[in-house]
Design a protein around this ligand. Structure first.
Ligand code: MEV
Length: 457
């Protein structure tokens, strides 16, 4: 199999494809590979990532649509997380070098300093029916208690199972948004989805509310004329979950921080760290990158456990801007000789439903984490986020990020040069105390290969 793609191969002109979704997979693949310079070898490359076991391949194919291959990500373990007194070896799925190393390094330090502590603040999720309505708002408000009863009654077939598990609809309120947009109202509902992320459950309830809302207003004698018309714009859960929040923190004596950096006292280290965190609080450019480092950890756990990392990130970024300015999500206090570093984050995660029971490696991840409840997974993912961020801020305010990062990236650069195992071993030795950069590695490989060919000639 060819290990790299010639850019020229992708230059063949494309035309619109009719009926792509209805084609069998092999035909889809051929439709696409014909755009490559060498169609046969492209087809072979795509096929080489198909799963041998046809049952498993079918499972993957059915997760999405129009699949032609599988896209592999590394599945790693960040070991030795002590969280609320329990040890976890955390599965992380991420392609970026040095993220798992950073998480593992933080976990190791904090395991010997009391570990991570967590608290679930709340687990409420939100969904909205957005609609426009022209009429006397007080009539809608007056009808709301009866409508609410009807919404709850009519969604019984959907909510019965969830109620058995201890969840369901918590409340439904009418929100008047007419000052933001003409005739705009919402049914804003809150839900407890227990151990599921709950998107399908919430959306199904909302669509039922929407149809009942229209029926109720049409049938009720309280409304007349154009008031009988409810125009539903959309019914959808909100991925912003400011009432589904977890907090995770670490704490140690300030003087213990001296263990982290030879040249600094604990107090000096804490002061540097404090400034690093403060910059992310006041500057949105830094805050974005600071938070990205948090999501390196959170997303990797979300992916390993089959959770929706896009939803999680969206919520986190909105939360980061909740006071009107986008800020770093972590907080530091230095009081009474203690360093306390915490992360508070909205995190909607599930350990049942969705991919959790289907993807073979998701099942393995959950088993490795002791088949956690959703709340436990929130604690674990947030902790991975804090660990990654701690590692990043540590590097940034001490030796800089590139030293460690490029060391981890060395193998990627060597792979780009198709280095042999022997060349890799020599490079790892050579770059132990030398700065890794793309051009340094290129020079090293060139010299090594020249030397070899001189020896052989
Ligand atoms: C890189 O993936 C993440 C960092 O940029 C995060 C940060 O700057 O805090 C290192």
């Amino acid at each position: 199999m060819k290990s790299y793609i010639h850019y020229k191969e992708q230059q063949k002109a494309k035309e619109l494809i009719n009926g792509f979704s209805r084609m069998p997979k092999e035909e889809k693949l051929r439709k696409i590979t014909k755009y490559f310079y060498d169609a046969d070898s492209a087809e072979e490359d795509f096929k080489s990532f198909w799963y041998e076991d046809e049952r498993i391949q079918k499972l993957f194919d059915e997760f999405s649509e129009n699949t032609i291959s599988n896209y592999y990500f590394p599945y790693s373990i960040a070991p030795n997380f002590l969280i609320d007194g329990e040890v976890y070896h955390i599965p992380m799925v991420i392609e970026e070098s040095s993220v798992v190393a950073a998480a593992s390094k933080s976990a190791k330090f904090w395991a010997s300093h009391g570990g991570f502590h967590t608290k679930i603040h709340s687990t409420v999720k939100v969904g909205q029916v957005h609609f426009t309505w022209e009429g006397d708002a007080s009539k809608l408000h007056a009808a709301m208690p009866e409508m609410k009863e009807r919404f709850i009654e009519k969604t019984k077939p959907i909510t019965a199972n969830m109620e058995e598990r201890g969840g369901g609809i918590i409340d439904i309120e009418l929100v008047d948004k007419t000052s933001d947009m003409e005739n705009y109202y919402q049914l804003k509902a809150s839900f407890n989805t227990v151990d599921s992320m709950g998107a399908n459950f919430i959306n199904s309830c909302l669509e039922e509310f929407a149809s009942e809302l229209k029926k109720y207003v049409m049938e009720s004698n309280a409304f007349e004329g154009k008031e009988k018309d409810v125009n539903v714009i959309m019914s959808i859960l909100s991925n912003y979950t400011p009432d589904c929040v977890v907090e995770t923190w670490v704490e140690c004596d300030i003087e213990d921080l001296a263990e982290l950096e030879e040249e600094l006292s604990g107090k000096e280290y804490a002061e540097k760290f404090r400034k690093g965190v403060q910059v992310a609080k006041v500057d949105k450019f830094r805050a974005t990158t600071h938070n990205k480092g948090i999501f390196n950890g959170v997303d990797a756990v979300a992916l390993a456990t089959g959770n929706d990392f896009r939803a999680i990130e969206a919520a986190g970024h909105t939360y980061a801007a909740r006071d009107g300015q986008y800020r770093g999500l972590t907080d530091l206090t230095l009081e009474n000789g203690k360093f306390k570093y915490s992360l508070k984050l909205p995190l909607s995660m599930g350990t049942v439903g969705g991919l959790t029971n289907l993807h073979p490696l998701v099942k393995k991840s959950l088993q490795l984490l002791n088949n956690p409840k959703a709340e436990d997974l929130m604690r674990i993912a947030a902790t991975a986020g804090l660990a990654n961020n701690f590692g990043a801020v540590h590097s940034l305010v001490t030796k800089g990020i590139q030293l460690g990062h490029m060391k981890m990236h060395l193998l990627n650069i060597l792979n780009a040069f198709e280095a042999t195992e022997e060349e890799k071993n020599q490079a790892v030795k050579y770059f132990k105390n030398i700065k890794v950069s793309y051009s340094n590695v290129a020079d090293f490989i060139k010299a090594l290969r020249n030397e070899k060919s001189n020896r052989e000639s």
